[in-house]
Design a protein around this ligand. Structure first.
Ligand code: ADP
Ligand code: MG
Length: 609
């Protein structure tokens, strides 16, 4: 039997680091929290290669004395709590006294600091947990910590890091969260030598949001403010009707700490139940304050998750507060303006050069296709060509005829019956078409079928390299936060090759000048925001143009192609014919079934015959 022994500090620190420092962004988080705890009003963050080669956080906070800075590197050394009961009145971000020794145990760690009232600073260097030196240094009051060679001494952890781009995105997101939490602190963020955002001290949260997310976003918000015994909610929430395709702009803070709280997130989503369409997320930047004793931040070593002592009362309070505010504001002023697929009230404002409005053609594109005859989209396509911008080389007739739209060429290999002998019975809820078939009954999800048809049509268009587009008389302005702007800039060529014409117009500001012919101009902005959301999720297949094209076609068909208004028998038969001419008629582009079949056997079983 091995002997029980106490682990050396260096090993204990490395183990703790495994929990607290899961990735470079966690280092940045801990260092920023320390700077804020030290009362900094200015914080500069710099990193290189997704944080792998360098992370530096510098502040103008109160600094440390030589003795304190040496002590700060000891495990469980903290100036913030003295006994367990202090946890219940916690007013600082830090309290474990684990961050600095953990970080220093898995990197090359250099600390420089100078305390108010002292005329000389202290510099400490530690490498992989090994103390190298402490000496005097010159520096302004405040603290600067530089972390390089992260996880060099722990190769197993280095292996788990994602691409630089992904790690960078986490760092950027982290800095943004603290910048939102503390609008009065000035933040600068530098990536690979380039300033990616700089925000001076802001007087209000709205100003900080405008700095980070753009004026368009901040102007679509309203204040919320409510208090009940022991709980308080304040901040900004989206006006009724304004929603997003991702959760990136739903941000909650508990006692100033950015957190991931299921309770609060669900309460927000629920409050917007009637104010934004299903599947969309509200915009929210809200601060929930309560007695520190009523919330446990000590659930997760990185303190991201919080738990409330009474989840139901928190949830109830937040829902009441947000709902009341939404009701005061009344129904959406521009009804569900950002909803893709809803009739765009302002579509008329964006007249297109060509004669026919999109909705007429959208249906015409869906003409019946005798199976195996690769014509079909030709009608639809020529309708689109008329509407394409005559000034755009490559989008005109010539290009179109050079690639006779091969939309359904591959239909011959589709597994479906040649001409489904389906008898149309009726349409339910304007969504489901019921057919009688030799085998039983079929319920067709019209939306899903339409998406499948368009998905393949767009893929063919993209593949042929000629996407008909329409020039907008009134370009659509698009103001983005700096990261979204960078993500878009990186992919402008790609988008411009696929029916869009987007020009950079100023810092984080773009103008959408043309959109694909099938797109309602009013849908351009929400679609592009959704698309950037997909870029941001880090799964966009940039390295593979074919996959990227497919992904674009998928998003477009699911989110931006409108369901035609007509749905009479002829239209629905046509839709079925179109569907069965696709390569994969059984599912929509997201993989959900396009129809369900109840065969005679199933019917007999259900009726217990
Ligand atoms: P914790 O924040 O949980 O106390 P840390 O390991 O993050 O533990 O920091 C240890 C101590 O070092 C802090 O309690 C604080 O006294 C001091 N410290 C760390 N960073 C700074 C900073 N940027 N400015 C001033 N003091 C700091
Ligand atoms: Mg700390």
């Amino acid at each position: 039997m091995a002997k029980v022994r106490i682990l050396p500090d260096r090993v204990a620190n490395q183990i703790a680091a495994g929990e607290v420092i899961e990735r470079p962004a966690a280092v940045v988080k801990e260092l920023i929290e320390n700077s804020l705890d030290a009362g900094a009003t200015r914080i500069e963050v710099e990193f290189r290669n997704g944080g792998r080669s360098l992370m530096r956080v510098e502040d103008n906070g109160q600094g440390m004395s030589r003795d304190d800075s040496l002590l700060a590197l000891e495990r469980h050394a903290t100036s913030k709590i003295a006994e367990a009961a202090d946890l219940d009145r916690l007013a600082s971000y830090g309290f474990r006294g684990e961050a600095l020794p953990s970080i220093a145990s898995v990197s090359r760690f250099e600390l420089q600091t100078r305390e108010v009232g002292s005329d000389v600073g202290t510099e400490i260097l530690v490498n992989g947990g090994k103390f190298l030196h402490v000496r005097e240094c010159g520096r302004p009051v405040g603290t600067r910590i530089e972390v390089t060679h992260l996880f060099n001494s722990v190769p197993a952890r280095r292996k788990f890091l994602k691409s630089d781009q992904t790690e960078a995105a986490h760092i950027v997101q982290c800095v943004r969260l603290y910048a939102l939490a503390c609008p009065r602190t000035a933040f600068t963020l530098i990536e690979d030598g380039r300033v990616i955002f700089r925000s001076p001290e802001c007087a209000t949260l709205a100003d900080r949001i405008a700095e980070i997310f753009g004026r368009q976003t901040s102007e679509s918000l309203v204040e919320v403010e409510a208090a009940e015994t022991g709980m308080q909610l304040s901040g900004l929430i989206g006006r009724p009707g304004v929603g997003r395709g991702t959760r990136h702009e739903m941000i909650v803070f508990v006692n100033q700490r950015p957190v991931d709280s299921r309770t609060l997130n669900y309460a927000l989503i629920e409050s917007y139940h009637e104010s934004i369409p299903k599947g969309r997320y509200p915009l929210a930047f809200v601060f929930f304050e309560c007695d520190p004793a009523a919330v446990d931040v000590n659930v997760h070593p990185a303190k991201r998750e919080v738990r409330f002592r009474s989840e139901p009362s928190v949830r109830g309070f937040v829902i009441r507060a947000v709902l009341q505010r939404l009701r005061e504001l009344g129904p959406a002023t521009v009804p569900l303006a950002d909803t893709i697929g809803a009739a765009g009230g302002n579509a008329a404002a964006h007249a297109v050069i060509a004669p026919a409005p999109v909705s007429d053609n959208a249906w015409r594109g869906l003409e019946p296709v005798p199976r195996g005859q690769p014509d079909s989209a030709a009608n639809g396509a020529s309708a689109h060509v008329m509407r394409s911008d005559p000034r755009r080389p490559g989008a005109g007739d010539a290009a179109q005829t050079a690639h006779p739209a091969p939309a359904f060429q591959r239909a011959a290999i589709a597994p479906a019956p040649a001409t489904p002998a389906w008898r149309f019975v009726g349409l339910a809820h304007a969504s489901y078409a019921l057919f009688e078939t030799p085998a039983g009954l079929v319920l067709l999800d019209c939306r899903a079928a339409h998406e499948r048809v368009w998905f393949e049509r767009l893929q063919e268009q993209f593949h042929a390299g000629s996407v008909p587009s329409q020039r907008l008389l009134l370009p659509v302005p698009l103001e983005l936060d700096p990261i979204a702007a960078a993500l878009l800039l990186d992919r402008l060529l790609f988008l411009n090759a696929h029916g869009f014409e987007i020009a950079e117009f100023g810092r984080n500001f773009f103008r959408v000048e043309s959109v694909p012919a099938w797109m309602e101009p009013a849908d351009a902005e929400p679609f592009l925001r959704d698309l950037i959301g997909a870029f941001r999720d880090g799964h966009w297949p940039d390295a593979n143009p074919d996959l990227a094209r497919e992904e674009l076609a998928r998003l477009a068909s699911v989110k931006a192609v409108r369901l035609p208004a007509h749905s009479g028998e002829a239209d629905l038969r046509m839709l079925v014919a179109q569907l069965f001419a696709t390569r994969t008629p059984l599912t929509n582009p997201a993989g959900h079934p396009t129809y369900i079949e109840l065969n005679h056997g199933e019917l007999a079983r259900r009726f217990q015959k």
